[in-house]
Design a protein around this ligand. Structure first.
Ligand code: PHE
Length: 526
C-alpha cells in the first residue's frame, strides 16, 4: 500500500531506500527492509500494477564486536576513559589498565589511543593527555549501522573491515514505476471468470490475476515400482553379472518331499509342524516323484547310506506327499539340482547341454579332454521369490516374504569358496563388513550364518544363512562324489527395509502400505 500510495503521489519511486516502512522511525535503508520491499514489489508486478528495476550495491553490517562499540565506545575510547588525567591522580600501570578494561581492549585500544594523541606515558604509568575526545570509530559504526555505508568513503570502510568490526554484504535497492494495471487498491484480483460476473457485468471492472506460465504444475500421476521390486532387480543383476542363471520358482505349492525330505530334513522336524507350515486341504496330496529316487531318499532317512547313519525312524509316506506352501526356495533349488544331475543318473537329456526353462543354458563348461564324462556340468543358479511361514505377525515378521537364494555346484568346492563367494556377493550389495558364524541346517554341513555390520544401527545384524549341501542330499540325486554344492539364502525384505529406512514390515507389504511412500521413494539407492 505504501508503494502504491507513494507512486500515486509522486508518479515514480527513484530509490526504495527513501521509503519509510510502517512502524519504522527512519528510511528503509537496511538489507532486511529492502527484502521486505522486494516481496511487495514482486506481488504487485505479478498483477501488472507496477514495474521496477533492481540496483545492486554493496552494503555493510556490523559484527558483534562492532555492535558492542556502538554501546560501549571503541577500544581506544575505553582505554582513554579508564585513565586519570595527567596530574589528577596516580597514573595506571599497563597491568592495572589490563585489569580494568580487559586484555583484548587494552591490547587493541592502547596503540590506537597513543596514535590519536589521547594518552601518554607518565613515568612507568599511563595518563590521559586531553580531557575530551571524539570517538570516530563509534560514530562511523553508528552511520554504517543505520545506512549500510559511510559517506566518508571506502578507505575507512576497508580499515573497519580489516579490524573485523564490519562485514561487507551485497544489497539491493529498487526504482519503481506505475504499471499498466496501476491502482491504489490492493484488493485481491479475481482468479476465475464466473457466470455471475458475466451476468452482472462485473467482469468489465474486475481485475484478473495473470496466468503464470512459469508454474511447474501438478506432478503427473503414474505407476511406480515397489521398493521390494527395485531391490529384487538390483540383486538379480548382481547374480546375472556373476554368471548365474535364474531358476524357475513359479510353484508356490510343493510337496513335503521336495520341501523337506529331498533336503534330508527329518520327518519329525519342528519346521514341518502345523504351527510353522501352511498345509493344503484341497488337494491335500501330491503325486510321487520318480520311484527310484523316492526309494533312495526314504531309505537314507530310515536306515542311512552314502556314509550316513540316517535318522533311524520309520518312514512316513503320508508326510512326504502332503501339499504345502513352500517354506523356503531351497525346495525349488532341490528340483533344479535333481534336474542338474539327470545326466549323471544316465538319463537322456534334450538339448545336449542340460535342460533349461529360460532359453539359456543353466550349466557351463565341458569335462577336460581325456577325462571320463560322468555327465556332470557345473552350475550357478539363483532365485528371488516368495515363501510362506505360519508365523505370528509382528513388526519384522509376516506370513509370507521373499527369499534370495544362490546355489553353486562344481567339483571340489570348499567352504572357503562359499565364504569368498559371499564376500564378493555382499560387497556388490554394498555390504563390506561380513562375519560368519557356525550354524545348523538339516541339509547343509557345515552351515554358516552371515552377519553384516550395520553402520546406522552400529551393530552386527544377521543377513543370511548358508552351507554346503550334505552328501545325503546330493548323492541320491546322482551327483558324482566329488561334486560339492553350496548355497545361501537371505530375505529380500530385510535389505529393502534397511535401504529405505522402513522399520515396520507391515508398511512394506499388505494393506497398510503407503502408496505415497512407494511413489516417492528413490529409484536407486547407493
Ligand atoms: N533355506 C535356508 C533358509 O531358509 C537358506 C539356505 C539356502 C541355507 C541354501 C543353506 C543353503 O534360511
Amino acid at each position: 500500500q505504501l508503494i502504491l500510495d507513494t507512486l500515486d503521489d509522486k508518479t515514480a519511486i527513484n530509490d526504495t531506500r527513501d521509503l519509510t516502512l510502517p512502524g519504522q522511525s527512519g528510511p528503509a535503508v537496511s538489507h532486511d527492509a529492502q527484502i521486505t520491499i522486494l516481496g511487495a514489489l514482486n506481488s504487485l508486478l505479478s498483477r501488472d500494477m507496477i514495474s521496477y528495476e533492481t540496483h545492486e550495491i554493496s552494503s555493510h553490517i556490523l559484527t558483534p564486536e562492532g555492535a558492542q562499540i556502538i554501546n560501549e565506545g571503541s577500544h581506544e575510547a575505553r582505554v582513554w576513559s579508564a585513565l586519570p588525567e595527567k596530574g589528577a591522580g596516580p597514573p595506571l600501570s599497563p597491568l592495572q589498565l589490563k585489569k580494568q578494561v580487559g586484555d583484548e581492549t587494552a591490547k587493541v585500544g592502547q596503540g590506537r589511543a597513543f596514535k590519536n594523541g589521547w594518552i601518554g606515558k607518565d613515568g612507568d604509568g599511563l595518563v590521559k593527555l586531553i580531557s575530551m575526545i571524539q570517538d570516530d570509530t563509534q560514530i562511523d559504526l553508528q552511520e554504517i549501522s543505520s545506512t549500510g555505508t559511510l559517506k566518508s568513503g571506502e578507505k575507512v570502510l576497508a580499515d573497519l573491515r580489516k579490524r573485523k568490526l564490519i562485514i561487507q554484504r551485497k544489497g539491493q535497492w529498487f526504482s519503481v514505476q506505475k504499471g499498466p494495471s496501476f491502482s491504489t487498491s490492493t484488493a485481491k484480483p479475481e482468479t476465475d471468470l464466473t457466470a455471475d460476473m458475466l451476468t452482472s457485468g462485473a467482469w468489465k471492472t474486475s481485475t484478473f490475476k495473470k496466468y503464470n506460465f512459469e508454474a511447474e504444475g501438478v506432478p503427473v500421476d503414474s505407476g511406480a515400482l515397489h521398493p521390494l521390486l527395485k531391490v529384487r532387480e538390483e540383486i538379480r543383476s548382481i547374480f546375472l553379472e556373476m554368471g548365474f542363471a535364474e531358476m524357475p520358482t513359479a510353484a508356490f505349492v510343493e510337496s513335503g518331499f521336495w520341501c523337506f525330505d529331498a533336503l534330508f530334513v527329518p520327518q519329525q522336524h519342528p519346521a514341518r509342524d502345523l504351527q510353522d507350515t501352511f498345509y493344503l486341504s484341497d488337494p491335500a496330496k501330491s503325486l510321487l516323484p520318480e520311484p527310484n529316487y523316492y526309494k533312495l531318499v526314504s531309505t537314507i532317512h530310515e536306515h542311512g547310506g552314502f556314509g550316513s547313519t540316517g535318522y533311524r525312524a520309520p518312514w512316513n509316506h503320508e508326510e512326504s506327499t502332503k501339499l504345502l506352501l513352500r517354506t523356503h526356495t531351497t525346495a525349488s533349488s532341490a528340483h533344479m539340482l535333481y534336474k542338474l544331475a539327470a545326466k549323471c543318473r544316465g538319463e537322456e537329456v534334450g538339448g545336449g547341454e542340460g535342460e533349461d526353462t529360460h532359453g539359456t543354458s543353466m550349466t557351463a563348461g565341458n569335462p577336460g579332454k581325456g577325462e571320463h564324462d560322468d555327465g556332470f556340468r557345473p552350475a550357478k543358479l539363483f532365485s528371488i521369490d516368495r515363501v510362506f511361514r505360519n508365523e505370528t505377525m509382528d513388526a519384522t515378521h509376516l506370513a509370507e516374504f521373499h527369499q534370495v537364494e544362490g546355489v553353486v555346484a562344481d567339483r571340489g568346492l570348499t567352504l572357503a569358496d562359499l565364504i569368498g563367494f559371499m564376500r564378493v556377493f555382499f560387497k556388490k550389495m554394498g555390504i563390506e563388513q561380513v562375519r560368519f558364524k557356525p550354524a545348523y541346517n538339516p541339509y547343509t554341513e557345515p552351515s554358516l550364518e552371515i552377519f553384516a555390520f550395520h553402520p546406522m544401527l552400529n551393530r552386527w545384524v544377521e543377513v543370511g544363512n548358508s552351507g554346503m549341501f550334505r552328501p545325503e542330499m546330493l548323492e541320491p540325486m546322482g551327483f558324482p562324489k566329488d561334486v560339492r554344492v553350496h548355497g545361501w539364502g537371505l530375505s529380500l525384505e530385510r535389505p529393502t527395509m534397511i535401504r529405505y529406512g522402513i522399520n515396520n514390515i507391515r508398511t512394506l507389504v499388505g494393506h497398510k502400505v503407503s502408496l505415497e511412500g512407494i511413489k516417492n521413494s528413490p529409484a536407486v539407492m547407493f
